[in-house]
Design a protein around this ligand. Sequence first.
Ligand SMILES: [Zn+2]
Length: 301
Amino acid sequence: MQGQCGMFSGMPELPEVETVARDLASALPGRCITAVWLGKTDFLADPAALQTQLPGCRIAAVRRYGKFLLLDLLPDNGTGRPGTLLVHLGMTGQLVVQPAAAVLPPHTHVVLTLDDGRQLRYTDVRRFGRIVLVSAGELDVSLAGLGPDPLEIGQAEFCARLGRRRARIKALLLDQRTLRGLGNIYADESLWRARIHPAEPAAQLGPARLKRLCRAVRQILREAIRWRGSSIANYRDATGAPGAYQRRHRVYGREGKPCVRCRTKIRCLVVAGRSSYYCPRCQRAPKSALRPVRRPRQIAH
Ligand SMILES: [Zn+2]
C-alpha cells in the first residue's frame, strides 16, 4: 500500500486533525458522557477501561497534538476519573458528532453518548486508529519524543533542527521526532512550493532554502486548514463532510500531469519508503537522488 507510486495513503495529517479538533472543540466541551458502546475492539488497547471509566466524565477541552486528538476529561458528580482520551485516526478513522437517532454507519466501533442527546462516533474501516484513556502522567509519556509543531516553531529553530541532518529532506519532514504533524501530502506540497527535491540531503540545503521551506510548510498547512483538509480516501470532518484542499494539490497524486508552474510532467519517486511527487524542473535532483521508480509493464499476451 505505502511506498508505491500511484497509491494514495490519504492518512489524516495536521490540517485534517486540526479541522476535526476545531469542530469537536466547538461541539463537545461541557458535555458529559453518559454511556459507551463498543463494536469491534481489536484495535483498542483497553476496551474495558473505556466502558468503565468514561461514563460520568465531562469533556473539558479538545485539542490537537501533532496528529493526535486529545479530549481532556474531568470527573462529574464524583463518578468518573480525570484523564485524557487520546485518539489517533490511523488511516481511515473518522470522529463525528451525530444525533443519537441518526443511522449508525458501517464500521462504527466506538459510540460515546452525550448528555444532550448526541453521540460522538468513531468509525474506522481499516482499524489502524488508536483510542486510549490515559492519566496526565501517561499522556506525557505517550507524547514524549514528538518534535515541535510546525505551526508553532520559529524559523531559526526549524533551520537548526533540520539543517545539520544528513537524511533526505522528505524523510526528515515525515519523521514525527523532527516535526510533529506532517505526512506525505503536505511534505510533498511544501517541497514543491519551496522548489526543493524530496531526496536532497537536509544538510545540503543551506539557510536560504531552509527558510524558504519553513515558510512553505507553514503556508501550506494554514491553507489546508482553511480548506478543511484533504479528502483523498476516507477523511471526513467532525460533521461528516469532506475537506476541499485536495482540489488545490499541486503535486500530490498528480503523476504525469503538467506542473502548474512550468508545465513539466510531475514525476513520482520513492523516498524514505513513501511515494514522493515532484516536478523535475522546479525541484532539481541532487546528485545523490534516487532514480525514478518504474512500474513493471504489463506483459502483452
Ligand atoms: Zn515545475
